[in-house]
Design a protein around this ligand. Structure first.
Ligand SMILES: [Fe+2]
Ligand SMILES: [Fe+2]
Length: 298
């Protein structure tokens, strides 16, 4: 990937992908329920999280005073909307095969729709200003989350160990198509925050909230999925993450935890990490993205 030239900027567009889950085995990484469910947590978290991004960024659009950024935000909204629905398809498949995700997803839904949802400031002083400030704070939160989705996107694009282990190719394509679009649009939320506010302390503060929050949700999600696996109740073991690192070459817990540190640098920009050219190359070869283009795209 080093030989590929990095494009300055790509125009972001949603790809109207479709996936057929009818042949998906419950343990789509053969013989490895832990790593299967470690990655399945994405399906539990992303649909509600990405619908929240879409609502927030749609509200933020009228505040943007830069047409190029507004165009990127519109592309981001289109991509995240398709991501949410694609992962929802996996959840529907799980439900049909005896793994009801609703007890966990219901909590995630409450988090994004109520705890982090809209507030009514009617009757308070400067309601419009308060609404904008809350929105900017939320955009800073999305920028922090998008740092991790870009890290995870880069990880899944560089995970040949999963193919070697016989992981389900349709699932790998979903994760890599999504991961590639995360890498492709990794700067949009950050650039939007810098445009609307940009204060360092605010984005650093939100990262310090988001990083432990995501870790806690992830651990809870893996435990939930393993405890509710229709093939038998299981508990994750302490050695499982290290085994996944060794077996598939995935980054270990230490590397993932450290991955939030660059975000705290004052001169951080998402373009410093990950490869747009690799993402674009994957999207040109992804079976789902190619089929979407053949159907006429959107
Ligand atoms: Fe996404
Ligand atoms: Fe994203």
């Amino acid at each position: 990937m080093d030989e590929l030239e990095e494009p300055d900027r790509v125009s972001l567009r949603p790809r109207d992908v479709e996936f057929d889950w009818s042949a998906l085995p419950m343990h789509w990484i053969p013989g490895d329920p832990y790593t299967t469910h470690l990655l399945n947590v994405l399906h539990l978290l992303l649909p509600e999280g990405e619908r929240w991004f879409v609502r927030l960024f749609t509200q933020a659009l009228p505040m943007i005073r830069d047409e190029r950024l507004a165009e990127e935000v519109r592309g981001f909204i289109g991509q995240e909307a398709v991501h949410a629905e694609s992962h929802q398809g996996v959840l529907d498949h799980f439900t049909a095969h005896g793994l009801d995700p609703e007890p966990y997803v219901g909590q995630v839904r409450w988090l994004f729709r109520h705890a982090l949802g809209e507030r009514d400031f009617t009757g308070r002083r400067n309601p419009e200003r308060r609404r904008e400030e809350r929105l900017i704070e939320q955009v800073a939160g999305v920028a922090a989350i998008e740092h991790f989705t870009a890290v995870l996107g880069d990880m899944i694009l560089n995970s040949p160990g999963l193919d070697a282990a016989g992981a389900d190719p349709t699932m790998l394509d979903l994760l890599r198509w999504h991961g590639a679009e995360e890498v492709e649009h990794r700067a949009v939320a950050f650039d939007l925050y810098m445009h609307l506010d940009g204060r360092y302390w605010r984005r650093a503060k939100l990262m310090l909230v988001v990083a432990p929050g995501m870790l806690a949700l992830w651990i809870k999600g893996v435990r939930f999925l393993m405890a509710n696996d229709p093939t038998g109740r299981r508990r994750p073991r302490l050695t499982d993450p290290l085994r996944a690192t060794r077996r598939y070459g995935l980054p270990g817990p230490g590397r993932l935890l450290r991955s939030f540190l660059p975000y705290l640098r004052r001169d951080y920009h998402p373009s410093q990490h990950g490869s747009t050219s690799q993402a674009v190359a994957y999207l040109a070869s992804s079976p789902a993205a190619k089929a979407a283009d053949e159907r006429g795209g959107r």
